[in-house]
Structures are given as C-alpha cells and as structure tokens.
Design a protein around this ligand. Structure first.
Ligand code: AMP
Ligand code: MG
Length: 343
C-alpha cells in the first residue's frame, strides 16, 4: 500500500510518500523564517503560506518517490489538533485529491502521528509503550495500550517545554525559535550561574514551566551581562531536561512498559535524549528517539500512521472536518498496569 501524507497543522507545509512502512520521500517547507520577525507563529500568515506551498510540496514528494498520483492507495492528512486555518488547507487539498483519484482519505491526529514516527524508529515497536511528546505546543506523557488506545498520564498545566525555551530565549535576546540557540549556548556549561527552579508538582506526572519562565525573566530584569547568557541557557536547559526526564521514566515505570518513545521538536535537544537514555537504562527502560527529521513536524509520520489506519480498514468520508483541539483522554486515577506487566 502506498500512502501520501500531508501535514499543515502549524508552520511546516509537508508531504511524504510511504510504501509498506518504508518512507520513500519526505519534504518539509518550513515557514520558520517567515514567522521569526514576530517571535512566534502568526496563524493567518501560516495559512496563506500553506496555500502557496501545498501543491508544489505534494508534487516534489511524488517526484522524489518516483511515483504519480495514480500509484496511491490513500491520502492521510493531519486534521487535528492544530491551527484551524492551517489544518483546513491540508485537509482541503487531501479531499480534492482523494475525490479526484478515487482513493481513501484518512484523517490523522497529529499526536498519534508523532507516536507512529517513534514506533517506526524503534523498529516497528508494538504497543504497549509510553511516550513523551515535547514540542512548541505540547508536553504530554502518553501511554499507548496493547490495543493502541491513547491515554494521557500527564501534560503541562501551562506552557509547553518548547514554548518555555522560546520565550526565555526571547527575553535573553536570542532569535526565534530559541530552543536550538539555548542548546548551542548551554554547551559552555552553567559557569557558576545558580540553578533555576523545577516544578515537581508532588508525584503528579503533570508539568509546569511558567514558574521557570518567570525565574529566567527575573534574572534578566535584575541585569544580565551578555557573558552570563550561556550560563543562564545551561541552567534553563538543565531544569527543563531534569523534569522531562524524571517524569518520563517515572511514567514508563508506572505503566510497566519496557520502552519510552520520544517525539516532538524539543527531542532535537541532544542533552534531553542523552539524559533520557541514561536515566531509562538505569530503570530498565529503553528510550527510542527518532531521527531529527521524524521528530519535528513532518508528513512522513502522518503517512506512517495513516497506513496503519488504512490497513485496519479505517477511512474517512469527504465530510472530514478539522479540530483545533482534540485532547488525549486522561488515564483514570485508579488505573493499574495490566497484571502481566512488570512494575
Ligand atoms: P515543533 O513544535 O514540534 O515544531 O518543535 C518546535 C519546538 O522545538 C520549538 O519550541 C523549538 O524551540 C524547539 N526546539 C527545536 N530544536 C531544539 C533544540 N535543539 N533544543 C531545544 N528545543 C528545540
Ligand atoms: Mg508536532
């Protein structure tokens, strides 16, 4: 089966072709430069750019795969969650192509796509497993059950981790998106800079990054000489990574699973992946971190997930709608891992 994936949920216009679980092509037209001057994604601007880019990117993805529209078995498209105006562009394109070519249309949840990218990178890892999705818009711990049900074990109560890094970088005068700059500068070490706070929230698997953001702002307001910026970046990264890693490994242990999948743009951070891998190894949990191009927003993950749905006989009609929000349901408070699992 050959599936074309489309992803336009935020600021990347992406198309990819997947055949029988192999990624044949994956194209991403990033809008990061377009939004940099505003210090964040401007929804209306994003939609307009998606409109300009979506058809050329589809053509390029098909050409790179050496295929034509007639070779497709289905078209998978992100229809939730995301910026509604941006999602509509991808969904409208997918519907038009699916109708014209008389092939299956499959709506995909963007978060499920990230998890499928992780499972693919883990050598077709089968559930159950735990996952940390950490990006500019999400920070969630998800348990994928043996029946591929998605349960939220914890999520941020305020800012996403990437959003926190970007906002802190901004007050330190670094360009948008700030995450990669924070990582680059943090390599010089904390250099005597005091540690920044971590919000543990008791034994909850929820996150909170707004206090950390305020702490960085306070230090900047108190007077931050340029020479101290790398040290503050290191302290910031240390706090974010520490909380993400400890809670993720705790989630995997609580769920009684052997694998933790990482996904989302912040997974580009080497310090996070290394710390998670080491902490996981100490707890008997194998950490799967997809290659960078599968971590950030991309259509290959949407095609990979769409292929799974198609194989399971699922597909959507042309009435497929977009949803700006579609939260993964919370795991029940009294949830216990299946008895066969080792806790
Ligand atoms: P996404 O929302 O999945 O598109 O990912 C974008 C987010 O990932 C932004 O908040 C970036 O600042 C963040 N990000 C990208 N690369 C890195 C990195 N190397 N370290 C930390 N954060 C990063
Ligand atoms: Mg994403």
């Amino acid at each position: 089966m050959t599936v074309l994936g489309l992803e336009t949920s935020c600021d990347e216009t992406s198309a990819a072709v997947v055949r029988d679980g192999m990624v044949l092509s994956s194209l991403v037209a990033s809008q990061a430069d377009l939004h940099a001057r505003w210090g964040g994604v401007v929804p209306e601007v994003a939609s307009r750019r998606h409109l300009e880019r979506v058809l050329p990117v589809i053509d390029e993805a098909l050409e790179a795969a050496g295929l034509r529209l007639g070779d497709l078995s289905g078209i998978a498209v992100t229809n939730r969650p995301g910026l509604a105006g941006a999602l509509v562009v991808g969904v409208a394109a997918a519907k038009a192509l699916a109708a014209a070519m008389d092939v299956a249309l499959i709506g995909v949840n963007h978060l499920h796509g990230h998890l499928s990218a992780g499972a693919h990178a883990g050598g077709d890892l089968r559930p159950p497993y735990a996952a940390l999705l950490v990006s500019g818009g999400h920070t969630e711990l998800i348990y994928v059950t043996a029946n591929t049900e998605y349960l939220c074990m914890g999520r941020t109560r305020d800012d996403a981790a990437g959003e926190c890094l970007d906002k802190c970088a901004r007050v330190m005068g670094l360009p948008y998106p700030g995450g990669p700059h924070v990582e680059r500068l943090a390599r010089a070490g904390r250099q005597g800079e005091r540690p920044l706070p971590r919000a543990w929230l008791g034994d909850s698997l929820d996150f909170s990054f707004s206090g950390l953001k305020t702490a960085v702002l306070r230090r900047v307001e108190a007077g931050l000489e340029p020479a101290r910026v790398p040290g503050l970046c290191a302290a910031l990264q240390e706090s974010v990574v520490d909380v993400l890693v400890r809670k993720s490994v705790r989630a995997a242990t609580r769920a009684g699973v052997s694998h933790l999948v990482l996904g989302g743009g912040v997974t580009a951070n080497r310090a996070l992946v290394d710390a998670a891998t080491q902490a996981g190894a100490r707890a008997g949990v194998t950490v799967v971190a997809p290659p960078l191009d599968l971590c950030t927003d991309n259509a290959a993950m949407i095609a990979l997930h769409g292929l799974k749905l198609l194989r399971a006989g699922l597909r959507d009609g042309l009435g497929l709608d977009v949803l700006a929000s579609d939260p993964i349901p919370r795991m029940a408070h009294d949830w216990k891992p299946p008895s066969s699992a080792s806790v």
